[in-house]
Design a protein around this ligand. Structure first.
Ligand SMILES: Nc1ncnc2c1ncn2[C@@H]1O[C@H](COP(=O)(O)OP(=O)(O)OP(=O)(O)O)[C@@H](O)[C@H]1O
Length: 658
C-alpha cells in the first residue's frame, strides 16, 4: 500500500471511530433531556434549577465568567443541591424550567423561540455557587434570576480529536513521518539507542531501582518510541520525573501530557522544585492549587504586560456589571460595543505574554485534550510524554503527538481503559502498540511500593505474570504496625472476606429506568457490614483518612455514605473508576451483586477488579456474595478460591445488622 493510501486509511478509521462514539454520547444525552424534566434531572445531579447570578467577571481568554447561586425566592438553604457537575462540563444555561415540570429540552430550545439559552463551560464548583465561562461575549442573560443549567455532551472534545486526525491526514511533514509509521504499525520500531543520550548518564535520583533506571535509560536513548509499563505503586511518576529532568539537561524541549488533569499535576508538583522553566496549560479551576503559579493563566497575568491585562480585565468587569443594571436595549448595545473593544485589547496583550511564556519554557504540561488548544498550534517538541496512556482514547493521544518526533507512553493496560458506551472492547494506543510492536519497545517496572505481599499475590499472578514483587519495606506491613493502631482480630491480617453467601441479596432501583442510572444497584446488607467493619477499624485507632470504601455502583456509594453519616463517620468513597491511581492504608470493597441469576454485571471486567484490589497498602476487606461472583467466570472462580484460601473469612453475624 502506498504511503498516502496508508495515511488516508488509518486516519479515516480513526475519524469513523470518533464519529461513532460521539453519536452514542450525544444521543444518550439528548434522550435524557427529552425524557425528563429539569427538576427530575436536578434530583439526579445533572441539572440545577432556580439559580441567580451573583457576580460577573472576566476569565482567561477574555471570557465572561458568571457565578450562579441558589435563588432565595425558591429555597431556604443557600447550599446547592447534590450534583455531579465538575470543571470542564459543558452546560446549557436557560431561563425558567424550575417551577413547572417542563421537559428540559423544551424549555431551553432556542429555535422554538421559548426561553433564551446559551452554552458555557463549568469553571468552578463550590458548595454554594457554581461558575460558568460563557461561550460568546454577548451571552450574559438579560434576567439574572430564575436560571437553570443542565449538563450537555461535550462536543469540543470530539471536534479536537477530529481536527487532529484531519491534520495528520492532510499534513504529514517529514519530521513526523517516522513516528507516525511506527505508531500505526506500518514499520517496525527502531529500538537502537542513541549513544549521545545515554553516555555518562548520572541519575538525579539515585534511589531509583534497577527496573526504573533501565526504563529511564531506554526512554532517553530510543529514537522514536518507548512504553513504560507501570503496574500499581511501581513508581511510574518517579521514573517520568527522572526522564524529564534528563531530557531537559540534554537540551530537549518536552511536552508532558496525560489523560487526566491529576496525572499531569502530580508530575508538575514534583518537577516544580527543580527550577526548570515550565508552564502548565489548562483552566486554573481544574488544576491542583499547588501548581497554580505555574499555570499559563497566572504566568500570562504576571509577565511583561501583566499589569495592563489586569487593568483591562477590571474595566471589562465594571462594564459587564453595568449591563445587569440597565433595561435599555440601546444602552446595553453600547456597553457591549465597548466590552468588545476592551476584549480585543485584552487578547492582544494576553497573546503576547502567552507566546513569551511558551517560548521560554523547556517543559509544557497539559492534558491530551489541552494539547489541541490554540496556544500550542505550531509548537514543536523533541519529545512528547503521555502519562496514563492506557486510560486515553487513541485519537486523544494523537492530539498530543501532532508536534512530536519521539513519544514516551507510560501506563498499565491491566487497569481500566476508557469507559466507552460501545459494545466492543477497547484497546488503547498503549495496548495496541504492545501488540503490534511487541515487548522490545517496553520496559516493565517490577517493584511495587504499596501493597502487603499477600494483597500483591493475586494481581501479580493474574495480571503481571507473577513478575510484580513488593519492596521489602512494604511486604509485611499490617494495620496494627501503624503506631496509633491497636492489635485486634481485624487489624492483624492483610485480607478479610465477609462472604454473604447468597443470604443477603441486592436491591435494584428501577425508578429511573436504565438510561439515566445504569449504576442503580445497591445492597443494604453489604452496606451494613461495611459500616460495621469501618466502625471496628476506627475503634482500633485507624483514622478516617486512612481508609476508603470502593464499590462498582454509585447507588451503593450513596447508601453507605448515608449510613455512615448517621454514625457520624466520614470516610472517602467512590466507584472503582474514581479511585484508579489512589492508595489508602485500608480499602473496603463492597461487591454488591448478589442474585439468583449469578449476574455480576458491571463488576465483570477483570481490569475493574484489578484496580479495586490494588488500592490498599495494609488491608483489603472484601464484602460480597461468593456464591454469585464465583460462577461469573473462571477468573472470578479463581479469585474466590484465592480469598477462601488466603483471607480471614469472617462470619456474617446477625449482630452486625443491629
Ligand atoms: N525507587 C524507589 N524507592 C523507594 N520508594 C519508591 C521508589 N519508587 C517509587 N517509590 C515510592 O512508591 C510510591 C509510588 O510512587 P509513584 O507515585 O511514583 O508511583 P506511580 O506508579 O506513579 O503510582 P500509581 O500506582 O498511582 O500510578 C511512592 O510512595 C514513592 O515514594
Amino acid at each position: 500500500m502506498s504511503e498516502e493510501a496508508w495515511i488516508e486509511e488509518y486516519s479515516e478509521k480513526e475519524l469513523n471511530f470518533i464519529e461513532e462514539i460521539q453519536k452514542v454520547e450525544i444521543e444518550e444525552a439528548e434522550t435524557l433531556l427529552k425524557k425528563y424534566s429539569l427538576p427530575t434531572l436536578q434530583k439526579n445531579g445533572i441539572a440545577l434549577v432556580n439559580l441567580r447570578i451573583s457576580s460577573i467577571r472576566t476569565g482567561f481568554g477574555g471570557k465572561t465568567v458568571i457565578e450562579l447561586e441558589r435563588d432565595p425566592a425558591f429555597s431556604n438553604s443557600d447550599i446547592l443541591p447534590v450534583n455531579s457537575f465538575s470543571p470542564g462540563d459543558v452546560v446549557r444555561l436557560s431561563q425558567g424550567g424550575g417551577k413547572s415540570d417542563t421537559r428540559a429540552s423544551k424549555s431551553v430550545d432556542k429555535n422554538k423561540g421559548t426561553d433564551p439559552s446559551t452554552e458555557g463551560v463549568i469553571t468552578r464548583v463550590q458548595e454554594k455557587s457554581i461558575s460558568i465561562a460563557l461561550n460568546s461575549e454577548e451571552d450574559v442573560p438579560s434576567l439574572a434570576e430564575g436560571l437553570s443549567i443542565v449538563k450537555l455532551a461535550n462536543r469540543t472534545t470530539y471536534e479536537r480529536m477530529k481536527d487532529t486526525m484531519i491534520e495528520w491526514k492532510k499534513n504529514l511533514p517529514e519530521y513526523r513521518m517516522p513516528l507516525f509509521y511506527t505508531l500505526t504499525g506500518k514499520r517496525e520500531a527502531d529500538t537502537s539507542l542513541e549513544e549521545d543520550m545515554i553516555s555518562e548518564l548520572n541519575f538525579f535520583n539515585n534511589e531509583l531501582n534497577d527496573g526504573q533506571k533501565e526504563a529511564v535509560r531506554f526512554s532517553l536513548g530510543v529514537q522514536e518510541l518507548a512504553l513504560i509499563h507501570g503496574p500499581p505503586g511501581t513508581g511510574k511518576t518517579h521514573t517520568l520525573v527522572e526522564i524529564i529532568r534528563q531530557l531537559v539537561k540534554k537540551g530537549k524541549r518536552v511536552l508532558v501530557s496525560g489523560a487526566s488533569n491529576l496525572s499531569v499535576d502530580n508530575i508538575v508538583d514534583r518537577i516544580s522544585q527543580y527550577g526548570i522553566p515550565m508552564v502548565r496549560l489548562g483552566h486554573p479551576a481544574r488544576l491542583l492549587p499547588s501548581v497554580l503559579n505555574h499555570s499559563l493563566d497566572f504566568l500570562s497575568r504576571s509577565g511583561n504586560c501583566g499589569e495592563v491585562i489586569n487593568g483591562i480585565s477590571e474595566d471589562i468587569d465594571i462594564e459587564l456589571n453595568k449591563i445587569r443594571k440597565t433595561k435599555s436595549g440601546k444602552e446595553r448595545r453600547e456597553i457591549y460595543k465597548h466590552v468588545r473593544e476592551l476584549r480585543k485589547d485584552y487578547r492582544r496583550y494576553e497573546s503576547q505574554n502567552v507566546s513569551e511564556c511558551l517560548r521560554t519554557s523547556d517543559i509544557v504540561f497539559c492534558t491530551l485534550h489541552g494539547a489541541g488548544s490554540r496556544q500550542l498550534r505550531n509548537e514543536k517538541f523533541d519529545v512528547v510524554i503521555i502519562d496514563e496512556a492506557s486510560q486515553a482514547l487513541e485519537p486523544q493521544c494523537w492530539i498530543a503527538l501532532l508536534g512530536a518526533k519521539k513519544a514516551i507512553l507510560a501506563g498499565d493496560h491491566m487497569q481500566l481503559s476508557p469507559n466507552l458506551q460501545t459494545k466492543n472492547p477497547y484497546f488503547s494506543m498503549f495496548e495496541r502498540l504492545l501488540k503490534i510492536q511487541g515487548d522490545k519497545v517496553k520496559r516493565f517496572l517490577n517493584i511495587q511500593y504499596r501493597m502487603h505481599e499477600l494483597i500483591n499475590r493475586f494481581p501479580s499472578n493474574t495480571f503481571y505474570e507473577g513478575k510484580l514483587i513488593p519492596a521489602p519495606a512494604v511486604a509485611k506491613r499490617l494495620l496494627m504496625d501503624l503506631p496509633y493502631v491497636e492489635e485486634t482480630e481485624l487489624t492483624d491480617a492483610p485480607i478479610y472476606f465477609y462472604d454473604t453467601d447468597g443470604n443477603y441479596q441486592e436491591d435494584g432501583d428501577k425508578d429511573m429506568g436504565t438510561t439515566l442510572y445504569q449504576d442503580s444497584k445497591s445492597n443494604k446488607w453489604e452496606a451494613q457490614i461495611v459500616c460495621h467493619h469501618v466502625s471496628e477499624l476506627l475503634s482500633a485507632g485507624l483514622k478516617e483518612e486512612d481508609m476508603a470504601i470502593v464499590t462498582p455502583y454509585n447507588a451503593q456509594v450513596a447508601l453507605i455514605r448515608s449510613m455512615l453519616k448517621l454514625r457520624g463517620i466520614e470516610v472517602e468513597m467512590g466507584s472503582v473508576d474514581r479511585v484508579q491511581g489512589r492508595e489508602k492504608e485500608a480499602i473496603i470493597f463492597s461487591l454488591v451483586r448478589s442474585n439468583d441469576f449469578r449476574e455480576v454485571g458491571f463488576l465483570a471486567e477483570k481490569k475493574r477488579l484489578n484496580v479495586a484490589i490494588t488500592r490498599p497498602k495494609r488491608q483489603l476487606c472484601v464484602v460480597g456474595d461468593g456464591n454469585t461472583v464465583k460462577w461469573a467466570s473462571d477468573f472470578f472462580q479463581r479469585w474466590m478460591n484465592f480469598l477462601e484460601e488466603e483471607a480471614v473469612v469472617m462470619e456474617v453475624e446477625p449482630s452486625i445488622f443491629e
